[in-house]
Design a protein around this ligand. Structure first.
Ligand code: ASP
Length: 334
């Protein structure tokens, strides 16, 4: 990390106060008891945001791509690609947790400011599902390929499968098999799906999302992460949003699309994320264990996030600054 950059862990309001070139918004809400991230902040120029603390290295890569003259689409692809290649990460890429049959199955999607989109779901043995998703977008008339068809298409298009045996993953599965219960739990460990939304200095937006999905899911289950409008949505005129957490809840509520549409209607990014969370909760009699987090970037450079429970954070990168921000939340974990 360069000396000139500061690594700061604080709420958005604090980030806005500390980072040169940022304008704090909704400052009066800074004391919001729901959480330090209960406000939006605004960056000038290029910005990269991504979910959870693994967003820090992902953002660093995306930023270097932008600085090197790469497109914002290159940035969001290569940024999350760093996490896909980190086999110590248990929720993204081939090092992710397996499904209940012991297979690691991957989902990813990508979208640009023109609304072009690509996705893959339920793919196995490929290190970079996000790059396959981009290739689907750029080389086919389709948006999404899944399963064996996606794998075959990937191989035909220059992607090589690989076999990775990770003892920790095998051990976790063996442990899980003892009870064999599928119970989605709220993530309190600060790592999960990576969703990234970014804007270059010219105001072009792009987003990416990649995951190994819920641990011990039913074989064949696909969550929100590869679904445009659920795990990710980018509208070049308005902004971008991405999601993490229990994918079924995000899909049922068209989560990321909802956030972007609220921003189109003039909502602040944090408020838009919060409203999307509240809509989920209104239809959920028992939210126990049901973490969902949204992250949003508006075309004017303002950004924010919100989650069902505390524990969701996101990484922000712009100018020479980076920060890890605790998002605001509706409910406190017991
Ligand atoms: N959203 C992902 C899924 O449902 C998992 C997660 O973010 O934890 O597959």
């Amino acid at each position: 990390m360069s000396d000139r950059r500061k690594f700061i862990k604080l709420g958005v309001a604090g980030t806005a106060a500390l980072v040169t070139g940022c304008v704090g918004k909704n400052e009066e809400a800074a004391g919001d008891p729901k959480g330090a991230g209960g406000t939006s902040a605004q960056a000038k120029g290029a910005i990269v945001l991504s979910t959870w603390d693994h967003g820090m290295p992902a953002n660093a890569k995306a930023w270097s791509v932008l600085q090197g003259g790469g497109s914002v689409l290159d940035a969001v692809e290569q940024g999350v690609g760093v996490i896909e290649s980190d086999f110590s990460n248990r929720s993204v890429g081939l090092g992710g947790m397996p499904d209940r049959d012991g297979h690691v199955t991957l989902d990813a999607c990508i979208q640009d400011h023109e609304g072009r989109a690509g996705a893959v779901a339920f793919v196995q043995r490929f290190e970079h599902p996000i790059s396959i998703a981009r290739a689907v977008m750029e080389r086919t008339p389709h948006v999404m390929l899944v399963g064996a068809g996606a794998e075959r298409w990937a191989q035909e298009n220059g992607f090589s499968p690989r076999d990775v045996d990770i003892p920790e993953v095998r051990k976790a599965w063996t442990e899980w098999l003892k009870k064999g219960e599928y119970v989605p739990v709220a993530n309190v460990e600060n790592h999960d799906t990576i969703g990234m939304v970014a804007m270059d200095a010219q105001g072009r937006l792009a987003g990416s999302c990649t995951t190994s999905g819920m641990a011990f899911k039913v074989h064949g289950r696909v969550g929100d992460s590869p679904i445009i409008g659920a795990g990710l949505f980018v509208d070049g005129e308005v902004g971008a949003a991405c999601a993490t957490g229990v994918g079924e809840l995000v899909i049922r509520n068209a989560g990321s699309h909802t956030v972007v549409e609220l921003m189109r209607a003039g909502w602040d990014p944090t408020d838009a994320c919060r409203e999307a969370v509240q809509r989920i909760l209104r239809k959920l009699p028992d939210p126990s264990g049901m973490q969902v987090g949204f992250l949003a970037l508006r075309k004017d450079g303002s950004y924010g996030g919100w989650s069902v429970f505390n524990g969701f954070n996101y990484a922000v990168r712009f100018t020479e600054q980076e920060a890890l921000v605790d998002a605001g939340h509706e409910l406190k974990l017991p």
